[in-house]
Design a protein around this ligand. Structure first.
Ligand code: ZN
Length: 254
């Protein structure tokens, strides 16, 4: 996909771009393994078929490319006009023919990659605004795309799991998710531990927290609201007062 080389020479940024490109290639592989008829099947996201996931990933690349263009030109071009425009676009995209859907994914991914490749060193530091209203440097667009392609590749329900996602991506995802909880105060009394590491997130001040723990991939899968497979919980108070080990649902993230 990369015909020429990136203009940035920042090693950290190049590493981040590599992670995004690997994620895009991974999503492409899982998508291409699906027949046209299988695109009609359910994804792991409630109410969304695989068509919705594919349309969302395609339009997401276009939206992120608009931010990179903004950084390059200084002309403000928002990701989406509004969240309802974004949702409408996804619902429309899901009705496209299989070939058009596949083209949407392919072309938007190539376009975004070209925008990244051609962004000069200083352009990467220009500020843009996300759909949530956050002001971020253009470098952040790489992470915004990375987490979308890796996670939604799993959501395609075509055999990919959180174990396929590289550990650095999983760790940053967990930071994002638990950071969102903290900002909203929804993590009160909830402590997250990644077994085999010293990674601890959530409410570290509670004297008697509910502790949810498991391997990194399982913990992130749970935290992202995609089920409690492979995680365990302790300290959960049951109605009768006796403790249970039932894993609580993760607080909402987005
Ligand atoms: Zn998404």
């Amino acid at each position: 996909m990369v015909a020429r080389t990136d203009r940035t020479t920042d090693p950290e940024l190049l590493q981040a771009l590599l992670q995004a490109r690997r994620g895009t290639a991974f999503f492409a592989r899982k998508l291409n393994e699906l027949s046209d008829a299988q695109l009609d099947g359910e994804s792991l996201l409630p109410g969304w078929t695989r068509r919705h996931i594919t349309a969302h990933i395609g339009y997401n690349a276009r939206a992120i490319a608009r931010l990179v263009e903004w950084a390059a030109t200084g002309v403000e071009t928002p990701m989406y006009a509004s969240t309802s425009v974004r949702d409408h676009e996804i619902n429309f995209g899901a009705t496209l023919s299989p070939i058009a859907l596949r083209h949407l994914f392919d072309h938007s991914a190539v376009h975004l990659n070209v925008e990244w490749r051609d962004l000069p060193e200083d352009g990467w530091h220009h500020k843009v605004r996300t759909i949530q209203g956050r002001e971020v440097p253009a470098t952040e667009t790489v992470w915004m795309r990375t987490r979308e392609v890796w996670m939604h590749a799993v959501d395609l329900a075509n055999g990919a799991t959180f174990n396929d996602i590289p550990a650095p991506v999983l760790e940053r995802l967990l930071e994002d998710i638990t950071g969102a909880w903290k900002a909203r105060g929804t993590d009160a009394g909830l402590l997250i531990k990644v077994t085999g590491t010293d990674l601890t997130f959530g409410d570290t001040t509670s004297a008697s927290p509910v502790v949810v723990s498991g391997p990194l991939a399982a913990v992130v899968e749970w935290a992202a609201g995609r089920g409690a497979h492979g995680v365990t919980a302790t300290g959960v108070a049951a109605h009768g007062g006796a403790a249970t080990n039932e894993v609580p649902a993760a607080p909402k993230w987005i």
